[in-house]
Design a protein around this ligand. Structure first.
Ligand code: NAD
Ligand code: UD1
Length: 358
Protein backbone atom coordinates (compact mmCIF):
# COMPACT_ATOMS: atom_id res chain seq x y z
CA UNK A 1 0.00 0.00 0.00
CA UNK A 2 1.30 3.45 -0.91
CA UNK A 3 0.57 5.82 1.99
CA UNK A 4 0.41 9.55 2.54
CA UNK A 5 0.21 10.45 -1.11
CA UNK A 6 -2.04 13.42 -1.79
CA UNK A 7 -4.97 12.78 -4.09
CA UNK A 8 -7.26 15.45 -5.51
CA UNK A 9 -10.79 14.09 -5.85
CA UNK A 10 -13.09 16.11 -8.08
CA UNK A 11 -16.77 15.45 -7.39
CA UNK A 12 -15.86 13.67 -4.16
CA UNK A 13 -19.13 14.62 -2.43
CA UNK A 14 -21.23 12.71 -4.99
CA UNK A 15 -22.57 9.16 -4.90
CA UNK A 16 -19.51 7.29 -6.13
CA UNK A 17 -16.96 9.90 -5.03
CA UNK A 18 -18.05 9.82 -1.37
CA UNK A 19 -17.66 6.03 -1.17
CA UNK A 20 -14.29 6.26 -2.93
CA UNK A 21 -13.14 8.96 -0.47
CA UNK A 22 -13.88 6.64 2.43
CA UNK A 23 -11.98 3.74 0.85
CA UNK A 24 -8.98 5.97 0.01
CA UNK A 25 -8.89 7.49 3.51
CA UNK A 26 -8.99 3.99 4.98
CA UNK A 27 -6.05 3.09 2.71
CA UNK A 28 -4.03 5.96 4.21
CA UNK A 29 -4.21 8.64 1.52
CA UNK A 30 -4.54 12.39 2.08
CA UNK A 31 -7.43 13.81 0.11
CA UNK A 32 -8.47 17.16 -1.26
CA UNK A 33 -12.05 17.15 -2.47
CA UNK A 34 -13.03 19.78 -5.05
CA UNK A 35 -16.81 19.91 -5.50
CA UNK A 36 -19.30 22.64 -6.34
CA UNK A 37 -22.14 20.70 -4.64
CA UNK A 38 -24.34 21.11 -7.72
CA UNK A 39 -25.58 17.53 -7.26
CA UNK A 40 -24.52 16.74 -3.70
CA UNK A 41 -24.22 18.11 -0.21
CA UNK A 42 -21.29 18.60 2.14
CA UNK A 43 -23.16 16.30 4.54
CA UNK A 44 -21.87 13.28 2.57
CA UNK A 45 -18.27 14.33 3.29
CA UNK A 46 -19.07 14.99 6.95
CA UNK A 47 -20.34 11.42 7.13
CA UNK A 48 -17.27 10.10 5.32
CA UNK A 49 -15.18 11.73 8.05
CA UNK A 50 -17.40 10.31 10.78
CA UNK A 51 -17.13 6.77 9.33
CA UNK A 52 -13.37 7.08 8.79
CA UNK A 53 -12.64 8.15 12.40
CA UNK A 54 -10.79 11.16 13.78
CA UNK A 55 -7.28 10.43 12.50
CA UNK A 56 -8.38 9.69 8.93
CA UNK A 57 -10.88 12.57 9.00
CA UNK A 58 -7.96 14.97 9.50
CA UNK A 59 -6.54 13.79 6.16
CA UNK A 60 -9.54 15.16 4.21
CA UNK A 61 -9.67 18.78 3.05
CA UNK A 62 -12.73 20.16 1.26
CA UNK A 63 -12.49 22.95 -1.31
CA UNK A 64 -15.80 24.26 -2.61
CA UNK A 65 -15.28 25.16 -6.25
CA UNK A 66 -15.86 24.35 -9.88
CA UNK A 67 -13.66 22.34 -12.20
CA UNK A 68 -14.36 24.91 -14.95
CA UNK A 69 -12.68 27.65 -12.91
CA UNK A 70 -8.89 27.97 -13.18
CA UNK A 71 -8.91 29.91 -9.87
CA UNK A 72 -10.84 27.20 -8.05
CA UNK A 73 -8.50 24.56 -9.42
CA UNK A 74 -5.49 26.59 -8.27
CA UNK A 75 -6.98 26.80 -4.78
CA UNK A 76 -7.42 23.04 -4.76
CA UNK A 77 -3.83 22.41 -5.90
CA UNK A 78 -2.54 24.91 -3.32
CA UNK A 79 -4.54 23.06 -0.66
CA UNK A 80 -2.36 20.13 -1.73
CA UNK A 81 0.78 22.00 -0.71
CA UNK A 82 -0.63 22.71 2.72
CA UNK A 83 -1.94 19.17 3.16
CA UNK A 84 1.36 17.56 2.26
CA UNK A 85 3.13 19.36 5.12
CA UNK A 86 6.77 18.70 5.86
CA UNK A 87 6.61 14.96 6.42
CA UNK A 88 5.63 14.14 2.84
CA UNK A 89 8.40 14.23 0.25
CA UNK A 90 6.79 14.51 -3.14
CA UNK A 91 7.95 16.18 -6.29
CA UNK A 92 4.53 17.77 -6.67
CA UNK A 93 1.93 18.68 -4.08
CA UNK A 94 -0.84 16.59 -5.63
CA UNK A 95 0.30 13.10 -6.59
CA UNK A 96 -2.80 12.08 -8.52
CA UNK A 97 -6.31 13.14 -9.43
CA UNK A 98 -9.43 11.00 -9.33
CA UNK A 99 -11.89 12.80 -11.56
CA UNK A 100 -15.56 12.11 -10.74
CA UNK A 101 -17.02 15.61 -11.23
CA UNK A 102 -19.52 15.80 -14.04
CA UNK A 103 -23.12 15.64 -15.16
CA UNK A 104 -24.59 12.19 -15.72
CA UNK A 105 -28.28 12.15 -16.75
CA UNK A 106 -28.83 10.89 -20.30
CA UNK A 107 -32.22 12.59 -20.83
CA UNK A 108 -30.93 15.92 -19.53
CA UNK A 109 -27.92 15.66 -21.86
CA UNK A 110 -30.26 15.35 -24.85
CA UNK A 111 -32.26 18.40 -23.69
CA UNK A 112 -29.20 20.51 -22.81
CA UNK A 113 -26.09 19.28 -24.64
CA UNK A 114 -24.25 22.59 -24.09
CA UNK A 115 -24.30 22.06 -20.32
CA UNK A 116 -22.89 18.55 -20.76
CA UNK A 117 -20.08 19.58 -23.12
CA UNK A 118 -19.35 22.56 -20.88
CA UNK A 119 -19.06 20.67 -17.58
CA UNK A 120 -17.86 17.26 -18.74
CA UNK A 121 -15.55 18.26 -21.57
CA UNK A 122 -14.54 21.90 -20.96
CA UNK A 123 -14.31 21.16 -17.21
CA UNK A 124 -12.02 18.19 -17.87
CA UNK A 125 -9.88 20.38 -20.18
CA UNK A 126 -9.45 22.96 -17.41
CA UNK A 127 -8.57 20.24 -14.93
CA UNK A 128 -5.97 18.67 -17.23
CA UNK A 129 -4.41 22.08 -17.92
CA UNK A 130 -4.21 22.75 -14.19
CA UNK A 131 -2.66 19.34 -13.63
CA UNK A 132 0.02 20.06 -16.20
CA UNK A 133 0.67 23.50 -14.71
CA UNK A 134 1.09 21.93 -11.25
CA UNK A 135 3.29 19.06 -12.44
CA UNK A 136 0.72 16.33 -11.79
CA UNK A 137 0.32 13.73 -14.54
CA UNK A 138 -1.60 10.91 -12.93
CA UNK A 139 -5.37 10.69 -13.36
CA UNK A 140 -8.15 8.16 -12.86
CA UNK A 141 -11.15 9.16 -14.97
CA UNK A 142 -14.82 8.18 -14.46
CA UNK A 143 -15.93 6.95 -17.82
CA UNK A 144 -18.98 4.80 -18.43
CA UNK A 145 -20.18 1.70 -20.24
CA UNK A 146 -22.41 4.18 -22.02
CA UNK A 147 -19.47 4.79 -24.44
CA UNK A 148 -20.21 1.39 -26.00
CA UNK A 149 -23.71 2.49 -27.10
CA UNK A 150 -25.81 -0.52 -28.13
CA UNK A 151 -23.26 -3.33 -27.80
CA UNK A 152 -22.71 -5.79 -30.65
CA UNK A 153 -21.50 -8.50 -28.29
CA UNK A 154 -21.90 -9.25 -24.58
CA UNK A 155 -19.94 -9.51 -22.36
CA UNK A 156 -18.33 -6.34 -23.73
CA UNK A 157 -14.51 -6.29 -23.90
CA UNK A 158 -12.63 -2.97 -23.70
CA UNK A 159 -11.69 -3.44 -27.36
CA UNK A 160 -15.34 -3.12 -28.46
CA UNK A 161 -16.07 -0.08 -30.62
CA UNK A 162 -16.74 3.22 -28.84
CA UNK A 163 -20.06 4.33 -30.34
CA UNK A 164 -22.04 6.47 -27.89
CA UNK A 165 -25.66 7.18 -28.81
CA UNK A 166 -26.44 10.26 -26.71
CA UNK A 167 -24.69 13.53 -25.75
CA UNK A 168 -23.75 12.26 -22.27
CA UNK A 169 -21.96 9.30 -23.85
CA UNK A 170 -20.37 11.59 -26.45
CA UNK A 171 -18.85 13.74 -23.71
CA UNK A 172 -17.39 10.68 -21.95
CA UNK A 173 -15.96 9.41 -25.24
CA UNK A 174 -14.52 12.88 -25.99
CA UNK A 175 -12.67 13.01 -22.65
CA UNK A 176 -11.42 9.45 -23.20
CA UNK A 177 -10.03 10.59 -26.57
CA UNK A 178 -8.44 13.68 -25.04
CA UNK A 179 -6.71 11.50 -22.45
CA UNK A 180 -5.41 9.18 -25.17
CA UNK A 181 -4.08 12.20 -27.12
CA UNK A 182 -2.31 13.49 -23.99
CA UNK A 183 -0.73 10.08 -23.32
CA UNK A 184 0.52 10.00 -26.91
CA UNK A 185 1.93 13.53 -26.70
CA UNK A 186 3.77 13.11 -23.39
CA UNK A 187 4.56 9.55 -22.37
CA UNK A 188 4.97 10.52 -18.70
CA UNK A 189 1.21 10.56 -18.14
CA UNK A 190 -0.33 7.81 -16.01
CA UNK A 191 -3.98 7.51 -16.98
CA UNK A 192 -6.78 5.10 -16.12
CA UNK A 193 -10.04 5.35 -18.00
CA UNK A 194 -12.56 3.35 -15.96
CA UNK A 195 -15.79 2.35 -17.67
CA UNK A 196 -18.36 1.71 -14.97
CA UNK A 197 -21.32 -0.54 -15.62
CA UNK A 198 -24.36 0.05 -13.32
CA UNK A 199 -23.28 1.35 -9.89
CA UNK A 200 -25.88 0.75 -7.15
CA UNK A 201 -26.18 0.05 -3.43
CA UNK A 202 -24.70 2.00 -0.56
CA UNK A 203 -22.18 1.82 2.26
CA UNK A 204 -23.28 -1.02 4.59
CA UNK A 205 -23.61 1.43 7.51
CA UNK A 206 -26.58 3.09 5.79
CA UNK A 207 -24.82 6.46 6.29
CA UNK A 208 -23.67 7.00 2.67
CA UNK A 209 -25.71 6.40 -0.46
CA UNK A 210 -27.20 7.76 -3.65
CA UNK A 211 -29.28 10.93 -3.25
CA UNK A 212 -30.92 11.65 -6.62
CA UNK A 213 -32.63 15.01 -7.02
CA UNK A 214 -36.20 14.83 -8.39
CA UNK A 215 -37.49 11.71 -10.10
CA UNK A 216 -34.76 9.08 -10.42
CA UNK A 217 -33.89 8.03 -13.99
CA UNK A 218 -32.15 4.83 -13.01
CA UNK A 219 -33.75 1.59 -11.93
CA UNK A 220 -32.28 1.09 -8.46
CA UNK A 221 -33.13 4.42 -6.82
CA UNK A 222 -36.60 4.22 -8.37
CA UNK A 223 -37.21 0.73 -6.97
CA UNK A 224 -36.03 1.74 -3.51
CA UNK A 225 -38.31 4.80 -3.52
CA UNK A 226 -41.25 2.53 -4.45
CA UNK A 227 -40.35 0.14 -1.61
CA UNK A 228 -40.16 2.98 0.93
CA UNK A 229 -43.54 4.33 -0.25
CA UNK A 230 -42.34 7.56 -1.91
CA UNK A 231 -43.61 6.37 -5.31
CA UNK A 232 -46.56 4.15 -6.17
CA UNK A 233 -45.13 1.76 -8.70
CA UNK A 234 -42.30 1.07 -11.10
CA UNK A 235 -42.68 1.14 -14.85
CA UNK A 236 -40.70 -1.74 -16.34
CA UNK A 237 -39.45 -0.59 -19.73
CA UNK A 238 -40.22 -3.52 -21.97
CA UNK A 239 -41.22 -7.11 -21.27
CA UNK A 240 -40.41 -8.33 -24.77
CA UNK A 241 -36.62 -8.08 -24.86
CA UNK A 242 -34.75 -11.17 -26.07
CA UNK A 243 -33.73 -12.05 -22.48
CA UNK A 244 -34.78 -15.03 -20.28
CA UNK A 245 -37.73 -13.20 -18.64
CA UNK A 246 -38.24 -10.49 -21.30
CA UNK A 247 -36.99 -7.57 -19.15
CA UNK A 248 -33.67 -5.75 -19.68
CA UNK A 249 -30.47 -7.27 -18.28
CA UNK A 250 -27.66 -5.19 -16.73
CA UNK A 251 -24.38 -5.65 -14.88
CA UNK A 252 -25.07 -4.05 -11.48
CA UNK A 253 -22.02 -3.27 -9.37
CA UNK A 254 -22.04 -2.50 -5.65
CA UNK A 255 -20.70 1.03 -5.11
CA UNK A 256 -18.21 -0.30 -2.51
CA UNK A 257 -16.78 -2.71 -5.11
CA UNK A 258 -16.56 0.24 -7.49
CA UNK A 259 -14.80 2.38 -4.87
CA UNK A 260 -12.29 -0.42 -4.31
CA UNK A 261 -11.77 -0.57 -8.08
CA UNK A 262 -10.58 3.05 -7.93
CA UNK A 263 -8.09 2.18 -5.20
CA UNK A 264 -6.78 -0.69 -7.33
CA UNK A 265 -6.47 1.53 -10.41
CA UNK A 266 -4.76 4.32 -8.49
CA UNK A 267 -2.25 1.98 -6.88
CA UNK A 268 -1.51 0.36 -10.24
CA UNK A 269 -0.82 3.77 -11.80
CA UNK A 270 1.31 4.98 -8.88
CA UNK A 271 3.43 1.85 -8.69
CA UNK A 272 4.00 1.06 -12.36
CA UNK A 273 5.59 2.75 -15.34
CA UNK A 274 3.56 5.55 -16.99
CA UNK A 275 0.76 4.12 -19.07
CA UNK A 276 -2.74 4.61 -20.46
CA UNK A 277 -5.07 1.89 -19.28
CA UNK A 278 -8.75 1.37 -20.00
CA UNK A 279 -10.76 -0.98 -17.82
CA UNK A 280 -14.35 -2.08 -17.50
CA UNK A 281 -15.54 -2.05 -13.89
CA UNK A 282 -18.35 -4.58 -13.74
CA UNK A 283 -18.98 -8.11 -12.54
CA UNK A 284 -19.76 -9.88 -15.79
CA UNK A 285 -22.99 -11.13 -14.12
CA UNK A 286 -26.33 -10.02 -15.48
CA UNK A 287 -29.59 -9.40 -13.63
CA UNK A 288 -32.94 -8.59 -15.22
CA UNK A 289 -35.25 -5.79 -14.09
CA UNK A 290 -37.68 -8.38 -12.72
CA UNK A 291 -34.89 -10.09 -10.76
CA UNK A 292 -33.91 -6.74 -9.24
CA UNK A 293 -37.54 -6.08 -8.29
CA UNK A 294 -37.80 -9.50 -6.60
CA UNK A 295 -34.43 -9.15 -4.81
CA UNK A 296 -35.31 -5.68 -3.53
CA UNK A 297 -38.73 -6.81 -2.31
CA UNK A 298 -37.02 -9.68 -0.47
CA UNK A 299 -34.33 -7.43 1.10
CA UNK A 300 -36.80 -4.77 2.18
CA UNK A 301 -39.73 -6.99 3.14
CA UNK A 302 -41.89 -4.51 1.18
CA UNK A 303 -43.84 -5.06 -2.03
CA UNK A 304 -42.52 -3.39 -5.20
CA UNK A 305 -45.55 -3.01 -7.49
CA UNK A 306 -44.77 -2.63 -11.19
CA UNK A 307 -46.37 -2.42 -14.63
CA UNK A 308 -44.86 -3.50 -17.91
CA UNK A 309 -44.73 -0.56 -20.35
CA UNK A 310 -43.07 0.13 -23.71
CA UNK A 311 -39.32 -0.01 -24.13
CA UNK A 312 -37.34 3.18 -23.36
CA UNK A 313 -35.65 4.79 -26.36
CA UNK A 314 -31.92 4.14 -26.46
CA UNK A 315 -32.00 1.03 -24.23
CA UNK A 316 -30.22 -2.22 -25.05
CA UNK A 317 -31.58 -5.68 -24.18
CA UNK A 318 -28.46 -6.63 -22.31
CA UNK A 319 -25.25 -4.92 -21.17
CA UNK A 320 -22.54 -6.89 -19.39
CA UNK A 321 -18.87 -6.19 -18.72
CA UNK A 322 -16.10 -8.51 -19.66
CA UNK A 323 -14.24 -8.08 -16.34
CA UNK A 324 -11.13 -10.10 -17.32
CA UNK A 325 -8.81 -7.15 -17.97
CA UNK A 326 -9.55 -5.47 -14.60
CA UNK A 327 -8.95 -8.81 -12.87
CA UNK A 328 -5.61 -9.43 -14.55
CA UNK A 329 -4.17 -5.88 -14.68
CA UNK A 330 -5.67 -4.28 -11.56
CA UNK A 331 -6.03 -7.44 -9.47
CA UNK A 332 -9.62 -6.37 -8.83
CA UNK A 333 -12.93 -8.09 -9.19
CA UNK A 334 -16.37 -7.54 -7.66
CA UNK A 335 -17.08 -9.26 -4.34
CA UNK A 336 -20.65 -8.30 -3.50
CA UNK A 337 -23.89 -9.95 -4.66
CA UNK A 338 -27.20 -8.51 -5.85
CA UNK A 339 -28.66 -9.35 -2.43
CA UNK A 340 -25.97 -7.22 -0.74
CA UNK A 341 -26.63 -4.36 -3.17
CA UNK A 342 -30.34 -4.50 -2.22
CA UNK A 343 -29.69 -4.95 1.52
CA UNK A 344 -27.29 -1.98 1.69
CA UNK A 345 -29.37 0.16 -0.66
CA UNK A 346 -32.41 -0.51 1.50
CA UNK A 347 -30.55 0.30 4.75
CA UNK A 348 -29.59 3.68 3.24
CA UNK A 349 -33.10 4.36 1.88
CA UNK A 350 -34.79 3.47 5.16
CA UNK A 351 -32.48 5.55 7.34
CA UNK A 352 -32.48 8.49 4.88
CA UNK A 353 -35.86 8.51 3.11
CA UNK A 354 -35.13 12.00 1.75
CA UNK A 355 -31.41 11.48 1.21
CA UNK A 356 -28.95 13.74 3.00
CA UNK A 357 -31.65 16.29 3.76
CA UNK A 358 -33.61 13.72 5.82
P1 NAD B 1 -22.90 12.52 -8.69
O1 NAD B 1 -23.71 13.52 -9.41
O2 NAD B 1 -23.46 11.93 -7.45
O3 NAD B 1 -21.46 13.10 -8.37
C1 NAD B 1 -20.84 14.06 -9.19
C2 NAD B 1 -20.25 15.12 -8.28
O4 NAD B 1 -19.61 16.11 -9.09
C3 NAD B 1 -21.32 15.85 -7.44
O5 NAD B 1 -20.89 15.93 -6.10
C4 NAD B 1 -21.41 17.22 -8.09
O6 NAD B 1 -21.77 18.23 -7.15
C5 NAD B 1 -20.00 17.40 -8.60
N1 NAD B 1 -19.89 18.33 -9.73
C6 NAD B 1 -20.67 18.39 -10.83
N2 NAD B 1 -20.27 19.38 -11.64
C7 NAD B 1 -19.19 19.94 -11.05
C8 NAD B 1 -18.33 21.01 -11.40
N3 NAD B 1 -18.52 21.71 -12.53
N4 NAD B 1 -17.32 21.34 -10.56
C9 NAD B 1 -17.14 20.64 -9.42
N5 NAD B 1 -17.93 19.64 -9.02
C10 NAD B 1 -18.94 19.28 -9.84
O7 NAD B 1 -22.55 11.34 -9.75
P2 NAD B 1 -21.91 9.92 -9.51
O8 NAD B 1 -22.97 8.90 -9.74
O9 NAD B 1 -21.15 9.89 -8.25
O10 NAD B 1 -20.94 9.86 -10.76
C11 NAD B 1 -19.58 10.24 -10.68
C12 NAD B 1 -18.95 10.12 -12.05
O11 NAD B 1 -19.10 8.79 -12.53
C13 NAD B 1 -19.58 11.04 -13.09
O12 NAD B 1 -18.55 11.55 -13.91
C14 NAD B 1 -20.47 10.11 -13.88
O13 NAD B 1 -20.64 10.53 -15.21
C15 NAD B 1 -19.68 8.81 -13.82
N6 NAD B 1 -20.53 7.62 -13.97
C16 NAD B 1 -21.60 7.46 -13.14
C17 NAD B 1 -22.43 6.35 -13.30
C18 NAD B 1 -23.63 6.17 -12.40
O14 NAD B 1 -24.51 5.39 -12.76
N7 NAD B 1 -23.72 6.78 -11.24
C19 NAD B 1 -22.16 5.40 -14.30
C20 NAD B 1 -21.05 5.60 -15.12
C21 NAD B 1 -20.23 6.72 -14.94
C1 UD1 C 1 -28.56 4.27 -17.96
C2 UD1 C 1 -28.11 5.19 -19.06
C3 UD1 C 1 -26.61 4.99 -19.27
C4 UD1 C 1 -25.85 5.21 -17.96
C5 UD1 C 1 -26.42 4.24 -16.90
C6 UD1 C 1 -25.77 4.38 -15.55
C7 UD1 C 1 -30.04 5.48 -20.56
C8 UD1 C 1 -30.61 5.16 -21.89
N1 UD1 C 1 -28.84 4.89 -20.29
O1 UD1 C 1 -28.29 2.97 -18.37
O2 UD1 C 1 -26.13 5.90 -20.23
O3 UD1 C 1 -24.47 4.93 -18.14
O4 UD1 C 1 -27.83 4.52 -16.76
O5 UD1 C 1 -26.08 5.63 -14.99
O6 UD1 C 1 -30.59 6.24 -19.78
N2 UD1 C 1 -35.59 0.49 -16.12
C9 UD1 C 1 -36.95 0.27 -15.95
N3 UD1 C 1 -37.67 1.24 -15.32
C10 UD1 C 1 -37.10 2.38 -14.81
C11 UD1 C 1 -35.72 2.58 -14.98
C12 UD1 C 1 -34.99 1.61 -15.65
O7 UD1 C 1 -37.48 -0.74 -16.38
O8 UD1 C 1 -37.83 3.22 -14.25
C13 UD1 C 1 -34.79 -0.57 -16.78
C14 UD1 C 1 -34.05 -0.11 -18.02
O9 UD1 C 1 -34.83 -0.26 -19.17
C15 UD1 C 1 -32.84 -1.05 -17.99
C16 UD1 C 1 -32.58 -1.28 -16.50
O10 UD1 C 1 -33.81 -0.96 -15.85
O11 UD1 C 1 -33.16 -2.29 -18.58
C17 UD1 C 1 -31.49 -0.40 -15.92
O12 UD1 C 1 -31.80 0.97 -16.23
P1 UD1 C 1 -30.88 2.18 -15.70
O13 UD1 C 1 -30.70 2.05 -14.25
O14 UD1 C 1 -31.50 3.42 -16.22
O15 UD1 C 1 -29.47 1.91 -16.37
P2 UD1 C 1 -29.08 1.72 -17.92
O16 UD1 C 1 -30.27 1.61 -18.78
O17 UD1 C 1 -28.11 0.60 -18.01
Amino acid sequence: MIQSKVILITGGAGFIGSHACLVLLEAGYRLIVLDNFSNSSSESLRRVQELAGAEAASRLVVVEGDIRSADDLSRAFRAGVETAGSEVQTTCPVDAVVHFAGLKAVGESIADPLAYWEVNVAGSLQLLSAMRAHGCRTIVFSSSATVYGIPEQVPIPETAPVRPINPYGQTKAAVEQLLADLAASEPCWRIARLRYFNPVGAHPSGRLGEDPQGTPNNLFPFVSQVAVGRRESLQVYGGDWPTPDGSGVRDYIHVMDLAEGHLAALETLLSEEPQLLTANLGSGQGHSVLEVVAAFAQASGRPVPYQLVNRRAGDAACSLADPAFAASRLGWRTQRSLDEMCRDGWAWQQANPKGYSS
